[in-house]
Design a protein around this ligand. Structure first.
Ligand SMILES: Cc1cc2nc3c(=O)[nH]c(=O)nc-3n(C[C@H](O)[C@H](O)[C@H](O)COP(=O)(O)O)c2cc1C
Length: 212
């Protein structure tokens, strides 16, 4: 089953009355069993333009102290994935960092591993009130919300950083300013197989009751 993005409620405007929180079994089951999809298990099709638009709109509905919106999206799809891959491969080659043709071919194909890759960019906003740390947390919430929204439309997703996220030259080629950071590369596509549960840090061993 596919879900057409226009069946979503229209974006609410300020002071619209929104639904109150209410018990929702399907929503909780989704959270209880949610998993990322490995990039190796993502294939075409990815979300079309309207669906991706809806996914990004939903992703951006996150808590955000000061309403600063300290994030933006750069979409890599179609040939853009190959072009950017060719640029990062050329970067490694020009630096003399990678000479092996096989590795360079892998770098060229890095962003072809999924039909759509969304770079979530952390764009800090100068604020006398909101520490940058809180803005970082909001950008992280955008990444996770993006995964959930993609899942809701039936797409699998994986949040990766890899070396590109920490290489200022690669980030400049992507279009980031020196002040910006990459919160994540969100690989989206159709899952080829059901995910298996992974080992998880237990929540219960990390819960304590504060004692005075
Ligand atoms: C900020 C961030 C960056 C990540 N970068 C990588 C990465 O570069 N390579 C990798 O194999 N996994 C990376 N991961 C982990 C994957 O997203 C991993 O598959 C995910 O934690 C699976 O968890 P889930 O199934 O509960 O969604 C990253 C996770 C986060 C939150």
């Amino acid at each position: 089953m596919t879900i057409a993005p226009h069946t979503l409620p229209p974006p609410p405007i300020e002071n619209d009355v929104l639904p109150q929180a209410s018990p929702d079994e399907a929503f909780l089951a989704r959270l209880a069993l949610r998993r990322s999809t490995k990039v190796a298990h993502l294939t075409a099709p990815g979300p079309d333009n309207d669906t991706l638009d809806a996914i990004l709109r939903l992703a951006a509905r996150v808590p955000d102290h000061g309403k600063l919106g300290p994030w933006r999206f750069i979409i890599l799809s179609g040939d853009g994935r190959r072009s950017y891959g060719a640029k990062v491969a050329a970067l490694l080659s020009d630096r003399g960092q990678v000479k092996d043709a096989e590795r360079l071919a892998l770098e060229e194909a890095r962003f072809l591993r999924a039909p759509v890759v969304v770079a979530v960019v952390f764009s800090p906003v100068e604020s006398p009130k909101v520490p940058e740390w809180e803005q970082v947390l909001s950008a992280g919430a955008v990444c996770y919300n993006l995964l959930l929204a993609a899942n809701g439309f039936g797409f699998g997703g994986c949040w990766l950083s890899e070396w590109v996220a920490y290489d200022r030259d690669a980030l400049a080629l992507l279009g980031l300013t020196p002040q910006e950071k990459l919160a994540g590369l969100l690989y989206l596509g159709t899952p080829t197989q059901a995910p298996l549960e992974r080992p998880r840090p237990s929540a219960s061993s990390r819960i304590t009751q504060w004692q005075p």
